[in-house]
Design a protein around this ligand. Structure first.
Ligand code: PLP
Length: 235
């Protein structure tokens, strides 16, 4: 597509990577311990191709059919990895399983059942994160903190699914510092839950932080950040 400015995308990716690395070093960690998910929703496959050419390998999508179509258009990029990060309805699960390496937005037993059914039918395993509504807002997706343990428990009976950590998406804020207590709360929840080992669950990842607050998230222990606008521009 003619309106994809590959050079601008390369520069914005480099800028995000520089900021990511600085935040990791500030928090005493190696930048390689933080995975950058480039959130490409609503942007065309050509933009993903340009960002991939600039060295990015993990991309995040929010919508089932969009993931399916983009993955098909970019099937020649064998090392590109998709993460599904949006609310996932049961009837869209088929677009994610077999395409996404990880589903970050697991928020109900019903969804786990459908993911497990589809993964088992394909003979594949699926990495998952449980999405937590850490800010306690009515409108946001994710499970309340006091219901996370029950979801983690359910992985034992669904052996095709592996839970690798927790994800959260805090509300829009003006000041990234407003997100800090929420990120801290997700980490504390993870630490508390990790004290009880559960089959199929290994809470090594905290997926938190987006364009508005990814540096604060890294300072608070994020191992995965999901950045769209700062790389691809406004949607
Ligand atoms: C869109 C989205 C992002 C990226 O948001 P930006 O503000 O564009 O960085 C991250 N996580 C989720 C779950 C999203 O839906």
């Amino acid at each position: 597509m003619a309106d994809v400015d590959a050079e601008a995308l390369r520069r914005s990716l480099a800028d995000v990577r520089t900021r990511l690395a600085a935040a990791a070093v500030r928090s005493g960690r190696d930048p390689s311990q933080v995975t950058l998910v480039a959130v490409s929703k609503t942007h065309p496959p050509e933009a993903v191709r340009a960002v991939h050419a600039a060295g990015q390998r993990v991309f995040g999508e929010n919508y089932g059919q969009e993931l399916r179509d983009k993955a098909a258009a970019l099937a020649d990029l064998g090392d590109l990895e998709w993460h599904f990060i949006g609310p996932l309805q049961r009837n869209k699960v088929r677009y994610a399983v077999g395409t996404a390496a990880m589903v970050q937005s697991v928020d109900s037993i019903d969804l786990m059942d459908e993911l497990h059914r589809r993964a088992a039918a394909r003979g594949t395993d699926l990495a998952c994160l449980v999405e937590v509504n850490i800010a306690g807002e009515q409108t946001k997706s994710g499970v309340p903190p006091d219901e996370v343990a029950a979801l983690l428990h359910a992985f034992a009976a669904r052996p095709r699914l592996r839970c690798l950590g927790l994800m959260t998406m805090p509300p829009v804020v003006d000041d990234p510092e407003e997100s800090r207590p929420r990120f801290r709360a997700l980490r504390a929840l993870r630490d508390a839950l990790a004290a009880s080992p559960r089959p199929g669950v290994e809470l090594r990842h905290l997926s938190m932080g987006m364009t508005q607050d990814f540096e604060v998230a890294i300072e608070e222990g994020a191992t995965i950040v999901r950045v769209g606008t700062a790389i691809f521009g406004a949607r």
